[in-house]
Design a protein around this ligand. Structure first.
Ligand code: 6PG
Length: 467
């Protein structure tokens, strides 16, 4: 990915790119493979720094973690105040906050930057989410704009916010990516088990969906994956891939951070846990004889069922994005970042893994109402959910009755119904908490905090809310 980003940079008018890798052989290989890039090789950090014009800009592309700290330490020995170090790895945003603070004290700028789009995106135009200082953005802005993807005439890069804001937004991007992928997988599973269509036939369904409101990179590649035949066995590739999903951690971080912030990202969480469940073959083996429903899924009207699945997918996707943007809003408030949510939606329209037509609707929603509290309450989404909700309910009910796991579909629907409820059974939970722990409750008809004397005469007393 690093070499592709370097090639992208080198291909832009006026850019000369110096490259360094701790392995001399890798640097030699890159130069030999891409003479057209005109890379300036360097084999020590001193050479690397000496070859850059001032203020120097270095982009680190290493696996996030201790390696990043090691490279930063080396660069600090050869860089000068005013220079810029950019970390383009998938770093945890709290590490980025720590690193930015430490590096800033030397007068050097440190920018944590989310980079999305995989290998191809890095080469042809990624979505870029830089954080860091305003001063760094003055220099970086034009460089990053020159290599970013372009969507509807606009570059997919913006200065997201200070210190760790860029990596925070990239983390949430990945959480949404997990939810999107899980929802697509549930849709595929329901269609396959409900209609008996082959993967190649389901690929046609996804290809068709990609022409409508679900138009997105992930739907497009789903059709490609489902169409792929395995050369060795002559069966669909998807049938020979082990059904245990991997994860490098960013989805889990999104959920852990959401818990810390008190933001219910239930669709994203279910997507993370669905991968975890899939990856425990030993547990799945001992549970495989557990009883299921008597009847398998029987679908009468195949086309109507597929349309229901499409609508359930669209509605659940709206929930996942709404939850993700909620987390960004809460993160910005907690960490003091000024993040333009509409601008984030715009830079995700191209280059990145979750790129989708749908993001235009999100940026429109924030343009119309910059202080929108809950994304799915914007008029476009309200009418989309109104249109989808009956189908969504039918699909969740059908999946439950047939014993087909649909954790992201069903948790998204539960979130939607929870959010719109006039009254929630949280009142009972407050009563229970007060009963066993005198945790107190508030009343709907009076100000103050109260406690019932459960082990006494059960009268109510005013209480200090200390729990
Ligand atoms: C991107 C991707 C990228 C990577 C994920 C994969 O935006 O380009 O999100 O960052 O593909 O980290 O994550 P998992 O291995 O956890 O699925």
């Amino acid at each position: 990915m690093g070499s592709n980003l370097a090639r992208n940079l080198a291909s832009r008018e006026g850019n000369t790119v110096a490259v360094y890798n701790r392995s001399r052989a890798k640097t030699d290989e890159l130069l030999a493979a891409h003479p057209e890039a005109g890379f300036v090789p360097s084999f020590t950090y001193e050479e690397f720094a000496a070859s850059l014009s001032v203020p120097r800009t270095a982009v680190i592309m290493v696996k996030a973690g201790a390696g990043t700290d090691a490279v930063i330490d080396e660069l600090l020995t050869v860089f000068e105040p005013g220079d810029i170090i950019v970390d383009g790895g998938n770093a945890l945003f709290t590490d980025t906050i720590r690193r930015e603070k430490a590096v800033r004290s030397t007068g050097i700028n440190f920018v944590g930057m989310g980079v999305s789009g995989g290998e191809e995106g890095a080469l042809l135009g990624p979505s870029l989410m830089p954080g860091g200082s305003d001063e760094a953005w003055v220099t970086l802005g034009p460089i990053l704009t020159s290599i970013a993807a372009v969507a509807e005439g606009e570059p997919c890069v913006t200065h997201v916010g200070h210190d760790g804001a860029g990596h925070f937004v990239k983390m949430v991007h990945n959480g949404i990516e997990y939810a999107d992928m899980q929802l697509i997988a549930e849709a595929y599973d329901l269609i396959r088990r409900g209609t008996g269509k082959t993967p190649a036939e389901i690929a046609d369904v996804f290809a068709q969906w990609n022409d409508g409101e679900l138009d997105s990179y992930l739907i497009e590649i789903t059709a490609e994956v489902l169409r792929q035949q395995d050369a060795a066995t002559g069966t669909p590739l998807v049938d020979v891939i082990v059904d245990q999903a991997g994860a490098k951690g960013t989805g889990g971080w999104t959920v852990q951070t959401a818990i810390d912030l008190g933001v219910p990202v239930s669709g994203i969480a279910e997507a993370v846990f669905a991968r975890s469940l899939s990856s425990h073959p030993e547990q799945r083996a001992v549970a495989s004889d557990l009883p299921g429903p008597a009847d398998e899924l029987q679908v009468d009207g195949v086309d109507a069922f597929i349309e229901d699945v499409r609508l359930a997918l669209f509605a659940s996707k709206i929930v996942a994005y709404s939850q993700g943007f909620d987390e960004i809003r809460a993160g910005a408030a907690q960490y003091g970042w000024s993040i333009d949510l509409g601008a984030v939606a715009k830079i995700w329209r191209g280059g990145c893994i979750i790129r989708a037509q749908f993001l235009n609707r999100i940026s429109d929603a924030y343009a119309e109402q910059p202080d929108l509290q809950v994304l799915l309450t914007a008029p476009y989404f309200v009418s989309a959910l109104e249109r989808a909700q009956d189908a969504w309910r039918r699909i969740v009910a059908t999946a439950a009755a047939a014993g087909i796991p649909s954790p992201a579909f069903s948790s998204s629907l539960a979130y939607y119904d929870g959010l719109r409820a006039d009254r929630l059974p949280a009142a009972l939970i407050q009563g229970q908490r007060d009963f066993f722990g005198a945790h107190t409750y508030r009343r709907i008809d009076r100000e103050g905090t109260f406690h019932t004397l459960w082990s006494g005469d059960r009268s109510e007393v005013a209480a200090e809310d200390t729990h």
